[in-house]
Write a protein that binds this ligand. Structure first.
Ligand code: ADP
Ligand code: MG
Length: 338
C-alpha cells in the first residue's frame, strides 16, 4: 500500500478543515479526491506533502510512517512531487534546466543532471522543447514541464492540486488524456485533487468524495456513479433524480408502474434514478420540461411531474423545448442506503 492516511484531523482556529479522514491508495494507483470548493481538499494534500501539521492522525508513504504521534518527517524527505494549479517553473531557466533542477539541487553535476532529465522530458513528449523558456510554452506544455520535474525529483508519490484548473476547456480535455498516459508511463502513485467530478471520473482508478472535511465514499468511478452511498454523493456526482417511494422486494410503484431497483432496503426509501434509466414511452406518465441544454447530439433536460416530488433529470436524443410535455417512465433505479 503506497499511501495511507488514518484518522487525520486538522482544524484552523477551531474550525475543522479535515475531520477523521482515512484513505488508502494502492501502489501505482491514480486516486482522485473530489469535492466542492472549501471542503478541505488542499488541506488534505498539504498534510500529506508535509506543508501542514495535523491535530491528530497518521500518514504512511510506501510503508514508511511520516506522520504520527511524536513523528513529523519534513517535506523534503517524503519523496513527494507536488504539482499545483500554478506551474511554479523557473522563468529564467530552459525547459531542460527546469526538469534537471531537482538533480542539480542534490549536487549532481550539470552534464549528469541533463542526462538524467532526458527520459522525463521524453515521458511528457517535450524533447524538442528542451531549449525553450517557460514563457514561450502553452499552459498545457508548462504543466507537462512541471510533471517532468516531479519525476526528476524521484518522487514515489505525486500530489496534484487542481493542475488543470487554469487551462481552457479544450486544453483540459487534451491534458486529461496526457495525464492518463503520463501516469501509465511513470507508474507513480498519484493523489489528484479536483472540484470537477467529471474530470475525476475521467482520470481516476479510485475516487474519494470529500464533503465538509469528511470522506463520504471511496470507490471506482463506476461504483460511485452507479451506487452512491448517500444522497449527497448522488447529487454531487453526475446528474440524477431523487424521489421517495415505497419499496417492497426491490420494486417500487412510480407513476402507476412497477420499477425494478438495485440495492437493498424495504419501506419508505429514497430512490435515485440516472438519466439512462428514464425513457420516453407511450405507457409513461406526463412530465413537463422545465429546462433544456443542448450537449451536442444530446439534450440534457429537467422536467417536473406530479408523480415525482423533485426535479427529474433526463437525457433526450431528440430536440425538446421548455414547456413541452412528454410521457416518461423509469426502467430502473438505485435504493439509496439510509
Ligand atoms: P478546498 O481545497 O477543498 O477548496 P481548503 O482545504 O483550501 O479547501 O480549505 C478548507 C477549509 O479550511 C476552508 O474553510 C478554508 O477557509 C480553511 N483553511 C484552509 N487553510 C487555512 C489556513 N491556513 N488558515 C485558516 N483556514 C484555512
Ligand atoms: Mg483547494
Amino acid at each position: 500500500m503506497s499511501l495511507k492516511v488514518e484518522n487525520l484531523t486538522k482544524t484552523f482556529d477551531g474550525i475543522s478543515a479535515i475531520s477523521e479522514v482515512s484513505l488508502t491508495v494502492p501502489e501505482n494507483a491514480f486516486c482522485c479526491v473530489v469535492g466542492p470548493s472549501g471542503c478541505g481538499k488542499s488541506t488534505l494534500l498539504r498534510l500529506i506533502a508535509g506543508l501542514e501539521t495535523p491535530d491528530q492522525g497518521s500518514i504512511t508513504l510506501n510503508g514508511t510512517p511520516v506522520v504520527g504521534p511524536g513523528l513529523f518527517v519534513p517535506p523534503e524527505q517524503r519523496q513527494i512531487g507536488v504539482v499545483f494549479q500554478s506551474y511554479a517553473l523557473w522563468p529564467h531557466l530552459t525547459v531542460e534546466k527546469n526538469v534537471a533542477f531537482p538533480y542539480e539541487a542534490q549536487g549532481v553535476g550539470a552534464a549528469e543532471a541533463k542526462r538524467r532529465a532526458a527520459p522525463h522530458l521524453q515521458t511528457v513528449s517535450l524533447e524538442s522543447y528542451a531549449d525553450r523558456r517557460p514563457e514561450s510554452l502553452s499552459g498545457g506544455q508548462r504543466q507537462r514541464v512541471a510533471l517532468a520535474r516531479c519525476l526528476a525529483s524521484d518522487a514515489q508519490t505525486i500530489l496534484m492540486d487542481e493542475p488543470l484548473a487554469n487551462l481552457d476547456p479544450h486544453l483540459r480535455a487534451t491534458m486529461e488524456s496526457e495525464l492518463r498516459t503520463f501516469h501509465e508511463q511513470s507508474n507513480v502513485t498519484t493523489l489528484y485533487i479536483t472540484h470537477d467530478q467529471r474530470e475525476a471520473m475521467a482520470l481516476a482508478d479510485i475516487m474519494a468524495v470529500l464533503d465538509a472535511g469528511r470522506i463520504l465514499q471511496v470507490g471506482t468511478p463506476e461504483e460511485v456513479y452507479e451506487h452512491p452511498q448517500s444522497e449527497t454523493v448522488a447529487r454531487f456526482i453526475g446528474r440524477g433524480t431523487v424521489l421517495s417511494a415505497d419499496v417492497t422486494a426491490r420494486q417500487a410503484t412510480i407513476g402507476g408502474r412497477r420499477v425494478s431497483l438495485d440495492g437493498s432496503g424495504e419501506g419508505s426509501r429514497q430512490i435515485f434514478v440516472r438519466p439512462k434509466n428514464i425513457i420516453v414511452s407511450e405507457e409513461g406518465w406526463p412530465a413537463e420540461i422545465s429546462s433544456v441544454h443542448y450537449r451536442g447530439g444530446l439534450w440534457e433536460a429537467t422536467a417536473l411531474s406530479s408523480e415525482v416530488d423533485g426535479p427529474i433529470m433526463l437525457d433526450l436524443h431528440q430536440p425538446v423545448r421548455s414547456g413541452d410535455t412528454l410521457q416518461l417512465s423509469f426502467t430502473g433505479g438505485w435504493i439509496l442506503p439510509s
